[in-house]
Design a protein around this ligand. Structure first.
Ligand SMILES: [Fe+2]
Length: 299
């Protein structure tokens, strides 16, 4: 275990085209440590932290994760979300082919323990206006009771935290192929931003992601169709211009794009709730700001 070993691996990750693609498919620290080991480099999370910060400090531009350029100030977006059926997006056949291999339920996840952490009052906070007085009061109460073991705003499973199960290798290979497929469609760099499994009653409470501005694309799918289109999982956001709560009901094989803003006046407050018996998966990506032009002709 050493920082040197980790530094050497990060160098390979920048220079070797295949490893570079694999790095774009990972969002978890455990994943990077595992991939390093696969390539013969042994390091731990502390080594990774130190090696990453010194790589960032003396990076000459070929860095591991380049910041997205800030959007021009006059490029305010009138539309805050776009949704499509996956089948309708040109070039998405290869994406659809990989999706079943990503919808995993790692056997290292303890679902009974997950269910114990469900809190009805937390779920109900998704009906409040974020930043409003009710939400602020509720949030202050939550912050006062927070313990380090649990993050109550995430009642979901981050698949990329689970690398020690038998299905991981095939899952990771599928993620890497998916990055290739999406880069073919968009003609620019695509990176995973998160791979989430929302079991029944899963939720992600109101948040803004303001530290990572730019366009995000999510591939969303389920274990089965919904019986009732009025009783589904949903994505909800606070419209930055009108202040209205917009609730987007979901269906299988859905692609959603939305834009994360950094301007304090235009933060993109959003939350996700799965109040159903279906299992929901969502795979997020940072996509080029030109994505709408790349998919020209869709409406
Ligand atoms: Fe988010």
């Amino acid at each position: 275990m050493s920082v040197e070993s980790c530094t050497a691996f990060l160098r390979v990750a920048r220079q070797d085209a295949r490893v570079r693609q694999q790095m774009k498919a990972m969002t978890g620290i455990a994943e990077v440590i595992r991939l390093g080991r696969v390539h013969g480099y042994r390091f731990d999370d502390r080594d990774l932290m130190m090696a990453s910060s010194s790589a960032a400090a003396d990076d000459e531009g070929g860095g591991e994760r380049e910041p997205e350029p800030a959007p021009p100030a006059d490029a305010a977006t009138a539309f805050y979300h776009y949704e499509y059926d996956m089948e309708r997006i040109p070039g998405f056949a290869a994406v659809i082919e990989e999706l079943p291999k990503l919808k995993i339920k790692p056997d290292t996840v303890d679902l009974a323990r997950f269910d114990e952490r469900f809190r009805l009052e937390d779920l109900r906070s998704t009906s409040m206006v974020p930043g409003g007085s009710d939400h602020r009061r509720w949030r202050a109460g939550l912050d006062a009771q927070v313990d380090r073991e649990t993050r109550r705003d995430f009642h979901l499973i981050n698949l990329d935290d689970h690398v020690g199960h038998a299905a991981y290798e095939e899952y990771f290979a599928a993620k890497t192929r998916l990055v290739d497929a999406l880069e073919d469609v968009f003609g620019g760099e695509v990176r995973f931003s998160g791979s989430m499994w929302y079991p029944p009653s899963g939720y992600r409470l109101w948040h803004t992601n303001e530290t990572q501005p730019g366009w995000r694309m999510y591939l969303i799918d389920f274990d089965e169709d919904f019986d009732d289109p009025q009783h589904t999982s949903f994505f909800r956001y606070l419209h930055p211009d009108t202040g209205e709560l917009v609730t987007l009901r979901e269906r299988p094989r859905l692609v959603r794009f939305f834009k994360i803003e950094q301007d304090p006046e235009r933060l993109f407050w959003h939350c996700i709730v799965n109040p159903t018996r279906r299992h929901r998966w969502s795979f997020g990506f940072n996509v080029p700001g030109t994505w709408l032009d790349d998919l020209a002709g869709l409406s």
